[in-house]
Design a binder for this molecule. Structure first.
Ligand code: GLN
Length: 224
């Protein structure tokens, strides 16, 4: 599959590279055919159309944002127009309300409950149709996932399952409690790239690569 980037003022998507599933997102962005980079320090934010905050451990990520002194830089880049997508722990960092905890970035009006499904052993895979994202069902991977239990009127719910919201967005923020980067599907990465204003020449819809392997990300970690 080949996608061509048609060009934009800011055309790079960054992946916050402090902790968590960084390489898996880098691999998906590479396959999507967009310009991407790791984001570790203040200078890395200058040319970003969008930033992905990966899954990992939200308490750890929030401490590292402070230790590396990039929390305010990130918030300033968002004020200047940078879009942000948080997957799982990333969604927790972006929420305005976190059950029994102080919020971190507070950029989307949702209430989120950490570890809403239970322990690591309660992780599971599933699939669902998200009409705004893809006309076909996409695979979903939940790993010690949070539950979004409420969303404000200014939030667009993209996917609700049973009693919780699994994907939502406002004008500048996208949150998913599951991990598209741990499946072969590029539909959510494509959706975020379009939200960031990137032009993708190939408009095919679902982007599930049958040859994709769960180990595909390892070459981005220098261990393949
Ligand atoms: N349970 C983790 C947290 O609360 C999130 C897990 C994940 O990102 N897969 O931060």
């Amino acid at each position: 599959m080949s996608l061509r980037l048609v060009g934009n003022k800011h055309s790079v998507i960054g992946v916050l590279d402090l902790q968590g599933g960084v390489h898996e997102h880098l691999e998906h962005l590479e396959r999507l055919g967009v310009a991407y980079k790791r984001v570790k320090q203040a200078d890395d934010f200058t040319d970003l159309a969008g930033l992905i905050i990966p899954g990992g451990e939200s308490s750890c990520l929030s401490r590292l944002l402070n230790i590396f002194e990039i929390k305010n830089v990130l918030l300033e880049a968002h004020r200047r127009g940078m879009k942000i997508w948080g997957t799982c722990a990333g969604a927790i960092l972006l929420a305005m309300n976190v059950v029994d905890e102080a919020p971190c970035l507070g950029l989307i009006n949702i209430t989120i409950e950490r570890n809403g499904f239970g322990s690591q052993l309660d992780s599971f895979v599933s699939e669902a149709l998200i009409p705004a994202v893809s006309p076909e069902s996409i695979p979903l991977t939940f790993i010690r996932a949070p539950k979004i239990i409420d969303a404000g009127a200014d939030v667009n719910v993209l996917l609700k399952i049973d009693d919780y919201i699994a994907a939502a967005e406002n004008e500048s923020i996208l949150v998913t409690v599951f991990h598209p980067e741990l499946t072969g599907c590029l539909a959510l990465h494509r959706y975020f790239a379009l939200k960031c204003g990137l032009k993708l020449a190939d408009d095919s819809r679902n982007y599930i690569d049958p040859l994709w392997k769960i180990s595909s990300w390892t070459k981005y970690a220098g261990i393949a």
